[in-house]
Design a protein around this ligand. Structure first.
Ligand SMILES: *Cc1c(COP(=O)(O)O)cnc(C)c1O
Length: 220
């Protein structure tokens, strides 16, 4: 398949999933291009895709400025863990951050946004499966973190999660949707290549799709 065909296929699957639950297909497809080179990304840009996700600040800084010169209108999303000492660079480079997950990062991002004058919407990442190795705020700590983020004037886009890899994801997506509703958020960043249709049926507004668009990633 060409990049345009692959992209059309993913959009069709999103639309079908949305329709199956009587939703409008108002879902943002974030094409996760981590580990892929500019040459792999360009066909998707040429096919019209403009929203991309990366999980490392350094890698994004190396790849995207040159691509952005050729393809205006790119919206870059950070979908990986962010170290506080890279907050300023992330605020300068990214248009949306999906991984706000702790008070120290609230402080670092607030400082970076105030210094740069750029306000970058942030999803708060929730450790929805309570996994020790995963990023995300514990469910019990979510209300306090949201209070801190609001007090620091961080623009909040909604909630984000990555369910446990070895489990049926639907209950976790459902739980994230419930938490978002409880806190008054419409934005839900959930669903990856293996489960984005399920996520759409449960209310995802942003799906983060990598391998289904770009092919299998080499492990680094
Ligand atoms: C890599 C990654 C994705 C995309 O994963 P695929 O399974 O390749 O679609 C989505 N979200 C996050 C946070 C990621 O790190």
């Amino acid at each position: 398949m060409t990049a345009a065909e692959t992209l059309a296929d993913i959009h069709a699957r999103i639309e079908k999933a949305a329709k199956s639950v009587g939703r409008k297909p108002d879902v943002t497809l974030v094409a996760v291009s981590k580990t892929f080179a500019a040459d792999d990304i360009r066909p998707l840009l040429e096919a019209g895709q403009r929203v991309f996700g990366e999980n490392r600040v350094q890698e994004a800084a190396a790849k995207w400025p040159a691509l952005r010169e050729v393809f205006p209108g790119v919206e870059l999303h950070l979908v990986g863990q962010l170290q506080s000492n890279k907050a300023a660079e992330a605020v300068a480079l990214f248009d949306v951050i999906h991984s706000l997950d702790r008070p120290s990062l609230v402080a670092a991002l607030a400082k970076a946004m105030a210094a740069s004058g750029r306000r970058v919407p942030c999803f708060v990442q929730v450790n929805i499966g309570d996994e020790s190795q995963k990023g995300g705020v514990a469910i019990g700590d979510l209300p306090a973190l949201l209070d801190e983020a609001r007090a620091a004037d961080i623009p909040l886009a909604g909630l984000m999660c990555v369910p446990p890899a070895d489990k049926e994801p639907a209950p976790y997506f459902g739980l994230l949707a419930k938490l978002a509703a409880r806190h008054g958020f419409a934005g839900l960043s959930m669903g990856m290549s293996a489960d984005f249709e399920m996520a759409v049926t449960l209310g995802a507004t942003h799906v983060r799709v990598g391998s289904a668009l770009f092919g299998t990633r080499e492990t680094r």
